[in-house]
Ligand binder design. Structure first.
Ligand code: H79
Length: 601
């Protein structure tokens, strides 16, 4: 497992994947990106680890409040959600005059936060260009009192600060163009010829973006919809021809693109592909500015997402939604600055690192580089001793990155124990660096990554569908839902649990023997409720009857039930498997969400 082993990496990328899920075409293609040996180098992107996403457009002026209505949910979809006429919506250009916009201010904030690249909406689905274009009347330069070209100003500021700039460009949806995708309230889809839009607007505008704005780090295509392979290829070939080093996001569709996007607000449990990836999150729940949502993720939560994504080998692209005056909300500014302070101290454990070589750990996450492993301690246990399932590793030195304090490392069965001080430097994430003589370690095998540590020192062990091994007809099914329009939430689940051979099982490594309670969390409608399920572990079997929570609808809250199904005992430390199955043949047993194991005194 230790030394660099190219074969195992290759094998991993060929295995049938359990984490890249079937995908509704509306929201972007997350299929595995093909290796393209002729494509641009992705090294800078792989190393970057943190970027700033910016959603800004004429709808930002409304803050989600328009013509007497509150549009809870994503503001950038305002036109489609309101189904306003083009005169009414595009009238927002007449008032677009963000005198507070200062490109240097945005770029400095990204820089201060430690972001290595910025992606900004050059054109979102509404079709309005946020740059000076000759191929549409609807741009903020000639078509609005603003009269400036914010993409130009950003490109100059970014170049000055040495930060890369990429453009979001909605290639399929364009609600302003009669032949573009998405606007079916004003234009009959039967009468549309998508290629007219592509040839007369999208390609010429990409030409402008790739000609007049210096080096473009990437084009962030989104929502391929039902566009064809030929259409996607034309976009890719065109970008390649104009700027061969510009990266292309996988939301171009059809498995094309230079790196892998996951879905909105999604972190893969395991990233299988050899291509780099990016996990994207809005700071609150809307991408475009809204006055109706102040649920900004805390610095702690953002630092945890950053460490989690990096431990899987990916980049965290965190969005801000500047308002109609061009100002980034204060809540975002403050959090970005806090991230930057943490990066100043701990950046070594993030930039240029690779995915964790080890099984998941209950106290946090792990990143690594050649000769170093970084332990991101997100939840320090009361005993101040953490276990790393590292096998034998030749450690030279262990220290806290923040203070330089040396830590004790003891070799134990299967790994290492590291002693932590009582006063950890940062309650959000204190990083321990382990310097060793074993080079860059192999990514853990799938089997290793599926081993879940159970210890009485941690509140709960959560057994997720993505970590399970499936028997019979069970397969992953990532259900999604939202509370307010477009604010996707994920419900990673399974389908095909209908008879006793249809099983989910997890490998447990129990550190502390004793009593634990088992809770099955699920959603079940009338067709599923009433059936019986069984959980088997350590020679003990607990049967339960599925209770009804309600219908699962994508556009309303999902009622999930935490069903306490009993107490079990692990008599000694060691490896166990835990299995969930239907007790009898039936319909789907439930919409399974997770099993939770809690120490029980
Ligand atoms: O730019 C941000 C969002 O505007 C964009 N992606 C991020 C980065 C985005 N993609 N999808 N969505 C937003 C929401 C998708 C809604 C849809 Fe539907 C679900 C379109 C089709 C299914 C709502 C329900 C509209 C039609 C059915």
């Amino acid at each position: 497992m230790k030394l660099k082993n190219v074969i195992s990496v290759l094998v991993l990328s060929l295995l049938p994947t359990t984490v890249v899920l079937a995908q509704a075409p509306e929201d972007g293609d997350v299929s595995i990106v093909q290796n393209d040996s002729d494509g641009p180098s992705v090294e800078w992107f792989r190393d970057a680890k943190f970027g700033m996403f910016v959603h800004w457009g004429v709808s930002s002026q409304t803050g989600g409040q328009w013509r007497g209505e509150n549009y809870y949910g994503i503001t950038e979809w305002l036109w489609r959600r309101s189904e306003a006429s083009r005169e009414d919506y595009l009238g927002l250009l007449d008032t677009f005059d963000p005198q507070g916009f200062d490109a240097d201010e945005w770029v400095s904030l990204a820089k201060e936060a430690g972001a290595k690249y910025i992606v900004v909406t050059a054109k979102h689905h509404d079709g309005v260009a946020m740059f000076d274009t000759d191929f549409s009347d609807y741009d903020v330069t000639d078509g609005a009192p603003f009269g400036r070209d914010p993409m130009k100003e950003l490109s100059i500021a970014a170049e000055k600060e040495g930060i890369r700039l990429g453009f979001y460009y909605s290639q399929f949806q364009d609600w302003e163009h009669p032949d573009g995708g998405g606007n079916e309230w004003e234009y009959d889809p039967a009468g549309k010829d998508f290629s007219v839009y592509q040839q007369e607007k999208a390609i010429p505008q990409l030409d402008e973006l790739l000609t007049n704005y210096g080096d473009v780090a990437l084009i962030w295509f989104d929502t391929p919809g039902d566009s064809t392979l030929e259409s996607a290829r034309q976009f890719v070939d065109f970008v390649r021809e104009r700027q061969p080093d510009t990266l292309i996001s996988s939301r171009i569709g059809h498995g094309l693109g230079d790196y892998q996007n996951y879905r909105d607000s999604e972190i893969p449990v395991v990233h299988e592909s050899s291509r780099p990836f990016e996990a994207i999150f809005p700071h609150n729940e809307s991408w475009g500015y809204t006055a109706l949502d102040t649920n900004f993720k805390s610095t702690t939560e953002l630092l945890h997402i950053l460490a989690d994504v990096a431990s899987k080998g990916g980049n965290f692209l965190l969005n801000v939604g500047p308002d109609g005056n061009g100002k980034i909300p204060e809540a975002s500014v403050n959090r970005f600055r806090e991230i930057g302070k943490w990066m100043d101290v701990n950046g070594e454990s993030i930039y240029g690192t690779s995915a964790s070589p080890f099984a998941p750990v209950p106290w946090g996450t792990v990143t690594q580089r050649d000769g170093a492993v970084y332990l991101h301690v997100l939840e320090a246990p009361a005993s101040r001793e953490i276990f790393l399932p590292s096998g034998d590793l030749n450690i030279r030195q262990a220290k806290l990155l923040a203070t330089g304090k040396r830590l004790s490392v003891t070799t134990v069965e299967g790994g290492l124990k590291i002693g932590l001080p009582d006063d950890m430097p940062d309650s959000r994430n204190s990083v321990v660096a382990l310097y060793h003589n074993d080079g860059l370690l192999d990514t853990a095998s799938i089997e290793e990554r599926r081993i879940i540590t159970v210890s009485s020192e941690y509140e709960a062990t959560e057994l997720e569908p993505e970590m399970a091994t499936f028997g019979g007809n069970v397969e992953l099914e990532d259900r999604r839902y939202w509370h307010n329009f477009g604010e996707w939430k994920h419900f990673p689940s399974v389908k095909g649990i209908r008879e006793p051979d249809d099983t989910l099982s997890w490998q447990l490594r129990v550190l502390d023997p004793g009593q634990y309670t088992v809770t099955v969390r699920y959603s079940a409608d009338a067709s599923e409720a009433g059936q019986e399920g069984v959980v088997e572990v350590a020679g003990q079997s607990r049967i339960f009857r599925v209770l009804e929570t309600g219908e699962f609808e994508f556009d309303r809250p999902v009622a999930t039930f935490s069903h306490h199904i009993g107490t079990i005992e692990f008599t000694e430390p060691g490896d166990y498997s835990i299995v969930l199955r239907p007790a009898q043949v039936g319909t789907e047993l439930m919409k399974f969400r997770q099993i939770e194991i809690l120490p029980h005194d």
